[in-house]
Design a protein around this ligand. Structure first.
Ligand SMILES: Cc1cc2nc3c(=O)[nH]c(=O)nc-3n(C[C@H](O)[C@H](O)[C@H](O)COP(=O)(O)O)c2cc1C
Length: 340
């Protein structure tokens, strides 16, 4: 199977909401929830994608032959590339019945592990969703990052214990899911949390804790105060609040404020190894990609996921050769032109 075949397969089975567009940019699906769109005007998603296109790469091919290395150590684990699959929950509601959250996560986790990456997995209104995906992580020797919603504290801690028993590499919370009113409508309210609440949750575990959904310097500083290992600069793909800035446009200030105190991951509109290069140049430690991994699962299952990870790695390697970067530490701001 090649990538074109994967796309063709996905189009046939992914369901009515996602059009598997040539560019996954939030335009055809704007406002489509259920579905993969950004909320209301869809601008949060659209800006994520379009702002990344305002950063350009400087070519420099006058250099020695290079042994390109994309390896990255995070959570005390060496990955083949600094790109991970993002959590996607309620797959049947947003896409189609071909996969449920369990079978989807299983394909995602296995495909990512086989290609030297890792997948974050989602949480849902029904406990079986979290339990099932954590079981899939356990079956892979803990190679996954369960992502818990900001439920009440006792429930979060119970779910962390399950992640520990599964030997998960890390555990995450999408704190911005506080904006998912759909969960309250289904009888499971989520809410914002104070630094104190986060501190007591994070100090209850030895697992590296990731807070996903940070969009400001203030938010990043609070995550540092709470003791998190990493943040994900994310607007949840524009799905929790309309009219936010793009994630790439807030990255630089966040890097300036907290680099060295916490690891910085980013997501939102990243679609190629070239996009990944841009965030690394601004100072991110790693990038999460979410929606294109859904296409990969529906179009090719576990091997479709590995194929997609390898495609991104090859694109990143090519960008590195063309800009004269042998390893990730060589990818600096001098390698890009930011016209944002
Ligand atoms: C259908 C759908 C479901 C999602 N479910 C979750 C979830 O359960 N937990 C979470 O943290 N993020 C969830 N997200 C957000 C993604 O993980 C990611 O932050 C966002 O889509 C931006 O990345 P992308 O532009 O590469 O898709 C979901 C996104 C979509 C489109």
């Amino acid at each position: 199977m090649n990538y074109q075949e994967l796309i063709k397969n996905a189009k046939e089975v992914i369901g009515p909401h996602c059009k598997v567009c040539p560019e996954c940019n939030g335009i055809a699906c704007k406002g489509r929830i259920p579905g993969p769109g950004g909320k209301s005007t869809g601008l949060g998603f659209i800006r994520n994608y379009s702002d990344l296109k305002k950063i350009w790469l400087h070519m420099d091919t006058i250099h020695d032959k290079m042994e390109i290395c994309t390896k990255k150590t995070l959570f005390d684990f060496e990955f083949d590339l600094p790109v991970f699959a993002g959590p996607i929950g309620a797959v049947q509601m947003h896409y189609s019945d071909l996969y449920d959250d369990m079978t989807f996560s299983e394909a995602l986790l296995k495909g990512c592990k086989a290609a030297g990456s890792i997948a974050f997995t989602g949480d849902g209104v029904k406990d079986e969703v979290y339990i099932g995906t954590v079981d899939a992580t356990k079956a892979l020797g803990g190679h996954g990052i369960p992502t818990i919603k900001p439920w009440r504290k006792e429930e979060v801690i119970e779910k962390i214990r399950l992640a520990e028993r599964a030997n998960a590499i890390a555990v995450a919370m999408d704190i911005d899911a506080a904006g998912l009113s759909i969960l309250a409508a289904q009888g499971k309210p989520v809410s914002p949390m104070t630094v104190e609440m986060l501190k007591s949750i994070i100090s209850s575990t030895k697992l590296p804790f990731v807070i996903k959904g940070i969009m400001t310097v203030e938010g990043a500083r609070k995550a540092v105060d709470a003791g998190a290992y990493a943040i994900v600069v994310s607007n949840h793909g524009g799905r929790v609040l309309d009219e936010t800035p793009s994630t790439i446009s807030v990255l630089d200030d966040i890097v300036e404020a907290v680099k060295g105190q916490i690891k910085i991951i980013i997501d939102g509109g990243f679609r190629s190894g070239i996009d990944v290069f841009k965030a690394l140049a601004i100072g991110a430690d790693a990038v999460i990609i979410a929606r294109p991994f859904v296409t990969a699962v529906f179009g090719g299952g576990e091997s479709g996921v590995s194929l997609y990870v390898n495609k991104i790695r090859e694109e990143l390697e090519n960008a590195m050769i063309m800009t004269g970067c042998e390893s990730l530490k060589d990818i600096t701001k001098s390698k890009i032109k930011c016209t944002l």
